[in-house]
Design a protein around this ligand. Structure first.
Ligand code: CU
Length: 86
């Protein structure tokens, strides 16, 4: 996803298993993560995907609900991260 603003549209179908591998670049200044509003659970996977500079995390979830959902970085300050395209 690096280098794209906004990030790509991810199209899945109900009952698909989504696997995300967010990677935080080594030259990053801070941790980043992904809050998939489509994922049920605390923070939509934000805690599980919190990656410090140089780390890559893995999150798998099953798409249970039809709809249109956004995803964004949920590291504090969330507004700062979202306004910078995350
Ligand atoms: Cu971020």
């Amino acid at each position: 996803m690096a280098g794209r603003l906004p990030g790509p549209t991810i199209r899945v179908r109900v009952d698909d298993t989504v696997e995300a591998l967010p990677r935080n670049r080594e030259d990053s200044w801070m941790a980043h993560n992904v809050d998939f509003l489509a994922a049920t659970g605390t923070g939509g996977g934000a805690e599980a995907t919190t990656a410090y500079p140089g780390e890559t995390k893995v999150l798998r979830f099953k798409a249970l609900n039809p709809g249109l959902f956004v995803y964004h970085c949920a590291v504090s300050s969330v507004a700062l991260h979202i306004s910078n395209g995350m």
